[in-house]
Design a protein around this ligand. Structure first.
Ligand code: SF4
Length: 389
C-alpha cells in the first residue's frame, strides 16, 4: 500500500470516519500487520477501554443429524450413520445438569436440521432446560434452524420466535451466516437460508428485543472482498436495528479424521488452505475497523487456538468465548491440540497475561463481575509463566 493511502486511512480511523468498501479491501491488501493492529487497537480501546469480556458457558448440540450437506461441515451425519445421535429431552436436560458448575450463565445450543424431529420438540427442550436451570440463559438456534422450523411447522418465524421466547430463549446464535456473497455461498452452503432469510430472521429477533450475535466463516475459498461485503451487509442491518451485540469471525477448519467412522466429510479442503494466524489477526483487525457500529468483536478461541486468541486482543478483539466443554462442531475437525475446556481461572489468566482487565458478562453483555487490572509482567517475573498452546 502506498504511503499516501496509508496516511489517508489512518486519518479516517483517528477521526472516527466510517470506512468504505474500497477502504476495507485496501486494508486487507496491506501486509503491515503491526500497523493494522495499531489502528484496530485504537478503535477497540475507544469503544471498550482495556476490558476483555468473557462468559462461562457450555455448548449443547441436541442432534448431529442434518438434512443439509454443507461442503465445509464435519459435524453433520445422515440418519442411520454410525455416530449419528439425537438426544431425547430428558437426556438433553441430564447433560445440561451435568455441566452446571462454576456458576454457569449460558447454554449455547445449535443443531443439525433433523429431517423428522417435530417442531414441538424444540420449545419443549427449552422449557425443560429452563425449569432445570432457571439461572442459565438459553442462547439457541441459528437463523437457519429458525427457517427450518418454519418449513417443518408451517408457522411463520414471527410465531416461532414468540413461542421460543416464551419457552425461555434469550438470544439466537449467530451461525448460518458463513459468507453471504452468492459467488462463494453457492459452493459451500447446502441449506436454504441465505442473506434474505438470515437477515429477515435476525431483524425480527431484534424487533422482539433480542440481541443477537453475527458471524462470518472465513479462510476457505472466499477472497477478502467477500469478507468486506459480508461485514458491510451486517453493518447496514445494524444501522437499522442496533440489535447485534457482537461480531464473531470464525476460522474455517479442515476435516481431520477423528470421527468414529473415519470418514472425511469436508468437500472443499482440496481447494483451499486454512487461514494462517497472521491472516486471522488481519481479519479481526479489519472487521473491527469496518464494523464500526457493533459494540464487540469476539474471538472464539476453540477455532483459533489460545495463542492467536491472546494476540487477537491487540487486533480489535474485546470478547472471548467462553469456558467451553465439548464443542463438537469444530472439534470434529480440529487436530491441533487446542483444549476443548477452559475454566474461569484459565480465561482470567489468559486475559491478565495479555495485559487486559477481565470482565465476566452474561448473554446480553451485561456485567456479571469486574476483575482487577493485570499485575504488570515486570512484577511477576519470578513466578513461572503459563505457556499457551
Ligand atoms: S453447517 Fe449446519 S446446516 Fe450445514 S450441514 Fe452442517 S449442521 Fe447441517
Amino acid at each position: 500500500m502506498d504511503a499516501g493511502l496509508k496516511r489517508e486511512l489512518e486519518e479516517k480511523v483517528y477521526a472516527g470516519e466510517r470506512l468504505t468498501r474500497e477502504d476495507g479491501v485496501a486494508l486487507y491488501e496491506s501486509d503491515d500487520l503491526a500497523w493494522l493492529g495499531r489502528l484496530a487497537h485504537h478503535k477497540r480501546t475507544e469503544m471498550n477501554g482495556d476490558r476483555v469480556m468473557f462468559n462461562v458457558n457450555r455448548h449443547l448440540n441436541l442432534t448431529n443429524v442434518c438434512s443439509a450437506s454443507c461442503a465445509y461441515c464435519s459435524f453433520q451425519r445422515k440418519p442411520g450413520e454410525k455416530d449419528a445421535y439425537t438426544m431425547r429431552i430428558e437426556e438433553a436436560v441430564r447433560k445440561a445438569k451435568e455441566m452446571e458448575d462454576e456458576q454457569l450463565t449460558e447454554l449455547h445450543i445449535v443443531n443439525g436440521l433433523h429431517p423428522t424431529l417435530p417442531w414441538r420438540y424444540y420449545p419443549k427442550v427449552l422449557r425443560e432446560l429452563k425449569a432445570a436451570l432457571p439461572n442459565v440463559k438459553l442462547k439457541a438456534f441459528t437463523a437457519t434452524e429458525v427457517q427450518w422450523f418454519e418449513k417443518i411447522s408451517g408457522l411463520p418465524a414471527d410465531e416461532i420466535l414468540d413461542e421460543l421466547i416464551d419457552a425461555g430463549l434469550e438470544s439466537l446464535t449467530g451461525g448460518g451466516a458463513e459468507i453471504f456473497d452468492w459467488e462463494v455461498r453457492q459452493h459451500i452452503v447446502d441449506h436454504a437460508c441465505h442473506w434474505e432469510d438470515w437477515s429477515r430472521i435476525h431483524r425480527l429477533a431484534h424487533s422482539k428485543g433480542l440481541r443477537t450475535p453475527s458471524t462470518m466463516l472465513y479462510g476457505h475459498i472466499e477472497e477478502p472482498r467477500h469478507r468486506v461485503d459480508h461485514v458491510l451487509r451486517l453493518r447496514e442491518l445494524q444501522d437499522e436495528t442496533g440489535g447485534f451485540a457482537v461480531f464473531i469471525p470464525l476460522r474455517y477448519q479442515h476435516d481431520f479424521v477423528d470421527s468414529a467412522d473415519g470418514k472425511i466429510r469436508n468437500r472443499i479442503q482440496a481447494r483451499t488452505t486454512m487461514a494462517s494466524p497472521a491472516e486471522s489477526l488481519k481479519t479481526f483487525a479489519v472487521s473491527r475497523l469496518l464494523f464500526d457500529n457493533v459494540p464487540h468483536v469476539k474471538c472464539f478461541w476453540v477455532m483459533h487456538g489460545l495463542s492467536v486468541a491472546q494476540l487477537s486482543l491487540n487486533f480489535g478483539v474485546d470478547d472471548l468465548d467462553g469456558s467451553v466443554v465439548e464443542y463438537k462442531i469444530t472439534h470434529d475437525a480440529d487436530s491441533y491440540g487446542t483444549p476443548n475446556t477452559m475454566h474461569r481461572e484459565d480465561l482470567l489468566n489468559l486475559i491478565w497475561d495479555a495485559g487486559f482487565r477481565p470482565v465476566e458478562r452474561n448473554t446480553r453483555y451485561e456485567v456479571v463481575r469486574e476483575y482487577d487490572a493485570p499485575v504488570p509482567l515486570a512484577e511477576r517475573r519470578a513466578e513461572p509463566q503459563q505457556v499457551w498452546a
